[in-house]
Design a protein around this ligand. Structure first.
Ligand SMILES: Cc1cc2nc3c(=O)[nH]c(=O)nc-3n(C[C@H](O)[C@H](O)[C@H](O)COP(=O)(O)OP(=O)(O)OC[C@H]3O[C@@H](n4cnc5c(N)ncnc54)[C@H](O)[C@@H]3O)c2cc1C
Length: 452
């Protein structure tokens, strides 16, 4: 009976545990330093609603993952027909969540097109330059040309409150800047006929008729993503998984085994295998005497997270909108109350809005001024109708939301991965380079396959 420890009870740990616990032979223990289960996917009760801290969905996930989630939810799931939107220079694009630069002036659009044609002229050189990029700024310029690269860098600075010059190329995978659209769909389709440009440009999905096997959905029991985490916890307990919350641990490799020691009470347990599914690697690296401080290569984006209560009937039919306009105060606004099926008896529901903000600005926030700006913007973006009233609101200062890798991360991460290889018989580590749930699930399948 293999004894397996999983460290971290966020989605990485959850997927590992759900897969591994199907095999009754596995003896599993999950450790988490927090005294709650689910990591950043916990919802908070705000004005009687279960509110996720950010947009947390099963968006575009594998059918197989969706079915696993449905099993946990005992059928209380609904699919979401994604209605995404974006705004750039205060112009709204329906059916597209990335920045649409087609509202730039004709001369800028022409400049962008010419630079792209140049890049497509020597695709090998362009790809080499992309690989050689030292920072996200370099990467954006090499990928899209100086003009679009510069605009994307400004957008990045607005959303993450840090310059792309300071960030590692891997940051691109965690942003909405992975593809460029600067013309209308028909013109983008013409450029996309070129194989190289096809890999970096976008047109709206409905215009190119993209069909994939991914599915998007959300729990329909009104308990938010936190409700899903609670159900996972109960299911795992039923499957005899041991859950140790609120435990600071130390990891000790011992010949063919791994020992985990709970620091406070000195209880220790021996395992055949450890899966590290925590969002940080430093504690493990310290315990394995690998002297590389990866934490210093991460910047944590601060945000003000707004919860806005209004009448359901005044909320437009949408899933979320990403606002890339420079003067905008909101970044992503979502119809979280609607897609999570939370409408009160008096027909009120809620929106959430993530508002980028630097830590320095946190101290100076005037709540009334800020909420007025947010609400006016939500109205001008037509997310709610003109008649909508704001009945209640909450502004939450989140000092750490998205983790953005800084210059030097990839290089140091490679060194860490090499050093960890020595332990790979007994220790598996989730990659810090992945972000989306479908990627995390795929990785969980890889890491657990010997025990399935
Ligand atoms: C605001 C936001 C919204 C997102 N929305 C989506 C989305 O809609 N769709 C999507 O596909 N992806 C989304 N993502 C990306 C990704 O899916 C999530 O980041 C994912 O939930 C992360 O899960 P995790 O397990 O890596 O991390 P976390 O949820 O952060 O969990 C890590 C856990 O490890 C524990 N831990 C850390 N260190 C230790 C230690 N030393 N010992 C023990 N325990 C430890 C922590 O307490 C925590 O419980 C979002 C990310 C963010 C930040």
């Amino acid at each position: 009976m293999p004894r397996i420890a999983i460290v971290g009870s966020g989605f990485r740990g959850i997927f590992d545990a759900l897969i591994l616990s199907r095999n009754k032979n596995n003896n599993i223990t999950i450790y988490d330093k927090s005294d709650f289960f689910g990591g950043i996917s916990r919802s908070q009760n705000i004005f009687g609603f279960n509110v996720d801290m950010g947009v947390h969905m099963f968006d575009s996930v594998q059918q197989e993952l969706y079915e696993t989630v449905c099993e946990v939810m005992e059928g209380n799931m609904h699919t979401i027909d994604f209605i995404s939107q974006s705004a750039y220079k205060n112009k709204i694009t329906d059916g597209y969540s990335l920045p649409d630069l087609s509202s730039e002036s004709e001369s800028i659009r022409e400049k962008i097109t010419n630079e792209l044609i140049c890049l497509a002229g020597d695709p090998k050189l362009s790809k080499d330059n992309i690989l050689k990029s030292d920072s996200l700024l370099d990467l954006l310029n090499n990928r899209y040309g100086q003009t679009a690269g510069g605009i994307f860098s400004e957008i990045f600075q607005k959303v993450y409150s840090i310059s792309s010059d300071n960030c590692d190329c891997n940051a691109l995978n965690k942003t909405s800047l992975g593809r460029l659209k600067h013309l209308d769909d028909e013109d983008m389709k013409v450029l996309k006929r070129n194989k190289y440009l096809d890999s970096i440009l976008a047109a709206r999905r409905k215009s190119i008729g993209i069909v994939d096997n991914y599915v998007s959905g959300y729990p329909s029991d009104g308990m938010g993503m936190g409700g899903f985490c609670d159900r996972v916890l109960n299911l795992l307990l039923k499957r005899n998984v041991e859950i140790r919350l609120g435990k600071k641990i130390k990891t000790k490799p011992e010949k063919e085994k791994i020992r985990i020691l709970e620091q406070e009470n000195k209880i220790s347990k021996e395992f055949d295998h450890l899966i590290w599914a925590a969002d940080r690697l430093n504690p493990l690296l310290d315990d394995l005497s690998i002297n590389i401080n990866l934490d210093k290569y991460f910047y944590q984006t601060p945000m003000v997270f707004a919860v806005l209560i209004t009448d359901q009937k005044h909320i437009k039919d949408f899933t979320y909108m990403q606002n890339f306009s420079k003067n905008g105060i909101t970044y992503r606004t979502s119809a979280a109350g609607i897609y999570s099926k939370q409408v009160s008896l008096d027909k009120k529901s809620f929106l959430t809005a993530e508002c980028p903000c630097s830590l320095l600005e946190f101290a100076k926030i005037n709540e009334i001024e800020m909420i007025n700006k947010i609400w006016n913007e939500v109205k001008s973006l037509k997310i709610v109708s003109k008649k909508a009233e704001l009945y209640n609101y909450k502004l939450i200062k989140v000092s750490k939301s998205f983790q953005v890798p800084l210059v030097g991360f990839s290089k140091n991460y490679e060194d860490v991965s090499e050093r960890l290889d020595k332990f790979n018989k007994n220790i598996s580590v989730h990659s810090l380079k992945l972000f989306f749930r479908r990627e995390l699930y795929q990785e969980s399948k890889e890491l657990t396959k010997v025990f399935v």
